[in-house]
Design a protein around this ligand. Structure first.
Ligand code: WQD
Length: 343
């Protein structure tokens, strides 16, 4: 069965292509390579022994998207990752985010309808919850006003999908990710932010490898166990496997309603200092960091209630924090061709 993975040369996309191919699915990737590299396809082939097809174009282009779906009208499902996702950048360039993230979604849904392609898995985010009143946060938690245009595009996308499944034969599963980190055990694929990393773990590994001078810890005055902000970090491979479970569920007609929403988290919250300590433990290194002011737009603490995903999807994240940061560190060293030994 053929599955389209948009954004399939990206961080979560590439790990999902690996798991889909391991499961026997045939994968076609569409990516505009705006935030990734075509060489990722070579790495996916090395890991799985199968080379996915890659077509490079922008899904914001309506004609090209319609043409693609006409040529691939035998697709059994789509996993849609392709989107801009830097919170800070979205505040600076909102129209770039609304255009890119929403136009591409509408083009894909239109083409699915035109070509009777039934199954759509959407890459959503726990940012839709904002700072939840109640923790852990379940799928029933209220959606709060987005803190950034990026988060808003995720909320609007979910609304577009909700309205579309009501009046078409499209079935959709929205997966709300918590904080994906880590890398495939082969260290052949991983998180590769272009430029200065926004996210914590790539900044940690780039500091340890010597690319960055020092990590800034954004705030130590939160109401958490050690004052630093808490997140539900989830291994990217556990996250990738959840997408395969979602596709299996759809192609085997196990869905219970046209739109299903699942939180993908471990259910455990870790602070920034917890992550740093775990990194220092697995690497044997002392990380150079300093505490600075809070970052604008950050929430204080969030972690998932994963019960519904565990029970209904039959999926559970089982890699722990040390495995996550260890895999990220192995990837960073492999990618840079450097090994940093503890003193
Ligand atoms: C985690 C914690 C920071 C960098 C965002 C998006 C989310 C998803 C993941 C796309 C926070 C702290 C970070 C640094 C730090 N992206 N931090 N120093 O902001 O929870 O989530 O990325 O889907 O949608 O919102 O992730 O890794 O940026 O931050 O102290 O140099 O680490 O303050 O507490 P975040 P993050």
């Amino acid at each position: 069965m053929k599955i389209l993975v948009t954004g399939g040369t990206g961080f979560i996309g590439s790990h999902t292509v690996v798991e889909l191919q391991n499961r026997g699915y045939q994968v076609v990737i569409v990516d505009n390579l705006s935030n990734s590299d075509a060489k990722i396809v070579d790495s996916i082939e090395k890991i799985t022994g199968t080379r996915p097809t890659l077509e490079v174009f922008d899904l914001v282009d309506r004609e090209k998207t319609a043409d693609f779906f006409k040529r691939h009208n035998d697709l059994k499902g789509i996993i849609h990752f392709a989107a801009f996702k830097a919170v800070g950048e979205s505040v600076q360039f909102p129209l770039k985010y609304y255009r890119n993230n929403l136009d591409s979604l509408v083009n894909i849904l239109e083409a699915m309808k035109e070509n009777n392609i039934p199954n759509f898995v959407f890459s959503s985010s726990c940012t839709v919850y904002g700072q939840p009143e109640e923790l852990p946060v379940s799928e029933k938690a209220p959606i709060q006003k987005a803190e950034s245009p990026y988060g808003n595009t995720k909320q609007i996308s979910e609304e577009i999908i909700t309205d579309t499944v009501k009046v078409t034969d499209i079935h959709a599963i929205a997966l709300r990710y918590f904080n994906p980190i880590g890398a495939h055990e082969s260290a052949l694929i991983g998180e590769l932010p272009i430029g200065v990393p926004n996210n914590l773990v790539p900044f940690i590994t780039q500091t340890a490898i010597g690319l960055r001078q020092q990590l800034s810890v954004f705030g130590e005055d939160y109401h958490t166990h050690d004052g630093t902000a808490v997140r539900d970090y989830i291994h990217v491979v556990d996250l990738a496997k959840a997408h395969v479970v979602a596709i299996d569920r759809m192609v085997n007609h196990k869905m219970k309603k046209p739109l299903e929403i699942f939180n993908l988290g471990t259910g455990i919250g870790y602070s920034v200092l917890d992550v740093i300590n775990a990194f220092e433990k697995v690497s044997g290194l002392k990380l150079n960091y300093k505490i600075v002011a809070r970052r604008e737009g950050d929430i204080e603490k969030v972690w998932a209630n994963p019960d519904f995903s565990n029970r209904e999807l039959g999926w559970k994240a089982d890699r722990n924090l040390e495995e996550m940061v260890d895999s990220a560190w192995k990837w960073e060293q492999a990618f840079r061709g450097k090994t940093i030994k503890p003193e």
